[in-house]
Design a protein around this ligand. Sequence first.
Ligand code: MRU
Length: 318
Amino acid sequence: MEVKAFYWKGDHLLLLDQRDLPDKEVWLKLTDHFEVADAIRSMAVRGAPAIGCVAAYGFVLGIKKEKPEKVLAVLKNTRPTAYNLFWALNRMAKALKEGKDIEQEAINIEKEDYNANKRIGQIGSKFIKDGMRILTHCNTGALATAGWGTALGVIRSAHYSGKKIHVFVNETRPYMQGARLTAWELLKEGIPHTLITDMTAGFLMKKGLIDAIFVGADRITKKGDVANKIGTYTLSVLAKTHNIPFYVVAPTSTFDPSIKDQDEIPVEERSGDEIKSFKGCKFAPDDTPALHLAFDITPAENITAIITEEGVIHPKDL
Ligand code: MRU
């Protein structure tokens, strides 16, 4: 059964708190833009397309009480890397200026994302052959989007088209999106999978146990360079070494036309405490300094293809 990360209820947003998964399904009732901003910043909701959709609803709630510019500032100042956040909020601001029904605009953003994912699934599943062993990183499923998912959506589509596949799920340290969220989604849908530590991936590739890699994206440049969850770059290098196709899957709302060079992509740095402890359990000395980059950037030349709802891009041709 496909899961859903949020529901718009007209005067509030119901949000599945992803910090408690897979242990508990806790739903948060968000009634203003401050609560929505907190949910994005604290990663109660995460995944670039889901962040964009939720921010759009946050805008609808916010402008009931506050000037649009202030609402935009609060919502934009949450997580810097996922482009869908800025794409959705800029679209909402434009809709307001043009006198459009902004609640409908947010609903459209959600619907369009869901439809884009379904289309991406159809396009992308052509790259998955019967019997393939697929590696994925982070969570790119229904929880990370308006539904269905991007990279995980492609995997889901391949599974539903009857292909027998096996998914290796990187645990995705330190936030464990793979272990907590992707494994949870795959289990719910009965898609065969195995959880591995992030460091196991390279050795599986060497042993010939991975046929293809599918990951999502947080921001894509005009040249096809891709910001995604930390560890994606490492996987792309390993894929190149072992001659394994490396696919990035994302809706066109993740493409940032303004970025000229990959170094211009803002890479979120989160608290070092998040890598020294997990769910209250500390495992590193308190005083040890820690660097926690939430994303990395994979250069276009390491990517076999980028799969979008509008078709497939081969970064080498960009
Ligand atoms: O820090 P997160 O969990 O928001 O990071 C999510 C990712 O890196 C995903 O791969 C990306 O947002 C695409 S989700 C369809």
